[in-house]
Design a protein around this ligand. Structure first.
Ligand code: KDO
Length: 336
């Protein structure tokens, strides 16, 4: 049977002939760039789906996209350090993680600053973002390619609405609210009026199920995707953070691509971010009915009470002291 003349067949022939040895063999074997992406998100999360189904095919000619989900390869919050050290090429990063390296990134983590998904895109593409992108690239070796929409974070509690009705932040006093581990997240939990507990995303379902925490906060699509509705009874529509992620890539890997490949990677990241954004927004519309069918109580609190407390706490915080002069005004000016 005629062996189909493939790169692998040629390689075997060369190796057999001792023509090629060492790295040149590897070079022939797979001359594509490997783009390993680590995320604490699931495979079915809309950001993961968009990266697999939109980004990967668009770069497939010169890059192998290799995703790992649920924090299995790198625990949540360790991805940027791994990228910086060259042990990972990509992640779906957060401003909260970046704020651990550069405190001024906390401006993008502050409650009630971003108004909606379009506002996030306008801010990320505005020149106000240039110093932030530059710092991440020059000091951490991480290139922020595009902004992804994670969704409006809501307070999700084990207690039934009859047991605990949340109207104002005062009603969250003493509530043990799981928040992700970084300082910016813990502050957001306090600003909501709760007692925050740091915990990795992967542990949240079990902690809710066991009653180790009273609740957590995430957008509705995450509440459904992670099945938190199975172990909670209410959602308070605080929309306290219109949350985002960044498609992050090792800057050296990006810079070593040809200009055409760099343009394709940028286009693919923007296309994936847009596809994920649309899917997440669609789910946010649909899932209220689904969650009510699961027996969840879903209701709006006194949004002014939450907005006023959260915004004033941020403005008086040490986080605000790190925000470059005028940036908050520019962000607000880009909103509706
Ligand atoms: C979470 O841990 O609650 C969080 O929503 C924080 C986000 O920054 C992001 O890490 C997200 O988890 C994961 O992508 C899982 O959805």
């Amino acid at each position: 049977m005629m062996t189909k003349f493939t790169r692998r067949a040629a390689l075997s022939a060369f190796v057999a002939a001792g023509v090629l040895a060492g790295s040149s063999v590897a070079g022939l074997a797979d001359d594509k760039v490997q783009l390993r992406l680590a995320t604490s998100g699931s495979e079915t999360d809309q950001r993961s789906v968009a990266m697999r189904d939109v980004f990967a095919p668009m770069v497939a000619e010169f890059a192998d996209y290799v995703p790992s989900y649920n924090g299995t390869i790198f625990a949540q919050g360790t991805e940027l350090d791994a990228i910086s050290r060259g042990n990972l090429e990509m992640s779906i990063a957060s401003a909260q993680e970046l704020a651990q390296f550069f405190p001024e990134f906390s401006i993008f983590t502050a409650g009630y600053v971003h108004q909606d998904a379009d506002h996030q895109v306008a801010v990320f593409n505005d020149s106000l973002m240039d110093p932030f992108k530059q710092k991440a690239e020059e000091e951490l070796g991480v290139k922020l390619l595009s902004v992804m929409y994670l969704g409006r974070r809501q307070v999700n509690l084990r207690q039934s609405k009859d047991e605990l009705t949340v109207k104002t932040p005062a009603d969250l006093a003493g509530v043990n609210l799981r928040m992700p581990g970084t300082d910016a997240w813990q502050f957001l939990g306090k600003a909501l009026g709760a007692s925050p507990t740091p915990m990795a995303f992967a542990e949240v379902y079990t902690a809710l199920s066991a009653g180790a925490v009273d609740g957590q906060d995430n957008p509705l699509p995450t509440v459904v995707d992670a099945k938190f509705y199975e172990v909670t009874n209410q959602i308070v529509l605080t929309s306290h953070l219109v949350d985002l992620n960044y498609i992050a890539m090792n800057a050296e890997v990006f810079n070593n691509l040809t200009p055409e490949q760099q343009a394709t990677v940028q286009k693919a990241a923007d296309a994936a971010a847009e596809a994920g954004r649309k899917a997440q927004l669609q789910k946010e519309q649909e899932l209220v009915a689904f969650l009510e069918e699961q027996g969840m109580s879903i209701y709006e609190p006194d949004l002014d009470a939450f907005r006023n407390q959260v915004q004033s706490m941020y403005l008086e915080s040490e986080f605000a002291a790190t925000w470059p002069e005028g940036v908050l005004d520019k962000i607000n000016a880009l909103g509706k």
